[in-house]
Design a protein around this ligand. Structure first.
Ligand SMILES: [Zn+2]
Length: 427
């Protein structure tokens, strides 16, 4: 039996991303004090010694598909682009039961939790065969089972052929947001407006798969303009936005002005879009990411996530926000700080979650990873981690290494008497 969850009141001698060290007091799920390292008396049973660990805001995953995750081996689909992934998925989806969906979803959520993610927004398909709400019921069940360990928010992902009634029924059952993929619809604008009308009728927000292609529809501006007058507390975000990344400066600027005015959060999903996009471009293959730098420069709320994990839309992935952060640095050219912010504080902002991290009064959603700096942690992604949700230790992983000792140094070769030291150094 696990001894977790374990209520914590003190984190001792943690290193922060700025290199400073401190003690952190926790109470009622909040950070209540920050003091110089080792200045707070240990509190038996509820003190965690974080010597050698970097303490960060816990990651939040802004865009997952828990109903699809971990199905790659069962489906064994061909590798390929978005359309081929959808075909493979739809064939398999017809065979799924509520129980089989819940089993994979639970495993995927716990894998993300183990890596440090304490909040997940997951899309869930409105299915087109059998009970349309099998996936919804499975994910609602998993959300209940994991309450207290990880916060799960659900988005009804409706294709253009899913009836309004099924989407509304999903919201009535407890799904939080309306979603869809209008760029795949025969009439993208009509499908987008339909989804937004359903959200308005139900009084909920939206998270739309938006323009997930290097060419084709560009609906982001219309989404932003339509929600501009929505109440501020009705959340709206757009995932992927690959097409946005292909625009020239003038058109990009116009769309971003709309996005900013509509307060639409943008969610980049590097691992999946690096996989799905570019198959038709064997030379100078484009990266398939959104216009990340321009989005940040425009002051738009920005998040990044892992999206699909080991399913027809992406055969790989570790459900690890540090993997996403690493890709934001190498493929998206963000700084290490910007990259980690996108998967943690930025993701929480886009998901409308309360601020978290090592700040007095913030939610005690924290991840400690063995390492000395953000660059060390993002580069190495040590499995040595402590995961804290609502002030409780909910996951702990440790790894040990046993590496053969290097051979003892051998005697240096005798230099030829005619060579001087400089010549040897140059050789
Ligand atoms: Zn998605």
């Amino acid at each position: 039996m696990s001894r977790l969850p374990l209520r914590l009141s003190l984190l001792q001698n943690a290193t922060l991303a700025d290199g400073s060290t401190c003690d952190v007091s926790l109470e009622n799920g909040l950070v209540t004090g920050i003091a110089p390292a080792n200045s707070t008396p240990p509190q038996p049973g509820s003190t965690l010694d974080l010597t050698g660990f970097l303490l960060l805001t816990a990651p939040a995953e802004p865009h997952a598909h828990l109903d699809k995750a971990l199905s790659w081996d069962a489906i064994n689909p061909p590798m390929g682009d978005l359309v081929s992934a959808i075909m493979a998925w739809r064939e398999y989806a017809a065979t799924m039961t509520t129980e089989s969906i819940a089993e994979r979803a639970r495993a995927a959520a716990l894998l993300a939790l183990r890596q440090g993610t304490t909040a997940i927004r997951s899309h869930v398909d409105i299915l087109l065969t059998g009970d349309a709400l099998r996936g919804v019921k499975a994910l609602l069940q998993v959300r209940d089972e994991l309450r207290g360990l990880i916060d799960i928010e659900l988005v009804a992902l409706a294709s253009s052929d899913a009836p309004d009634a099924d989407i509304e029924a999903a919201i009535d059952l407890g799904v939080d947001l309306v979603g869809g993929a209008p760029h795949l619809a025969p009439d993208p604008s009509a499908d987008l407006q339909r989804l937004l009308r359903i959200a308005e009728r139900k009084g909920v927000g939206v998270d739309i798969h938006t323009d997930e292609g290097l060419d084709g529809p560009l609906t982001l501006g219309e989404l932003a303009a339509t929600v501009r007058d929505w109440p501020a507390d009705r959340n709206r975000s757009a995932g992927h936005c690959v097409r946005l990344g292909t625009l020239e400066a003038a058109e990009l600027g116009e769309v971003l002005t709309e996005v900013k005015a509509g307060d639409v959060g943008i969610i980049s999903l590097p691992i999946t879009n690096l996989y799905l996009q570019g198959w038709e471009h064997p030379v100078a293959t484009p990266r398939g990411l959104t216009a990340i730098r321009a989005v940040l420069d425009a002051g738009i709320r920005f998040a990044a996530g892992a999206d699909n994990v080991r399913d027809p839309f992406n055969p790989v992935g570790r459900s690890d926000a540090l993997e996403t952060a690493s890709l934001l640095v190498t493929a998206g050219h963000l700084t290490l700080d910007e990259a980690y912010t996108a998967v943690s504080d930025g993701a929480r902002s886009v998901m409308a979650l309360p601020p978290a991290g090592v700040v007095v009064g913030a939610a005690a959603e924290l991840l400690a990873v063995r390492g000395v700096s953000l660059s060390d942690v993002i580069a190495n992604g040590s499995a040595d981690r402590y995961v804290i949700h609502a002030g409780n230790l909910v996951a702990q992983s440790s790894v040990s290494y046993d590496v053969a000792e290097p051979s003892p140094p051998t005697a240096l070769p005798v230099l030829h008497p005619s060579l001087n030291e400089t010549e040897v150094m140059l050789s």
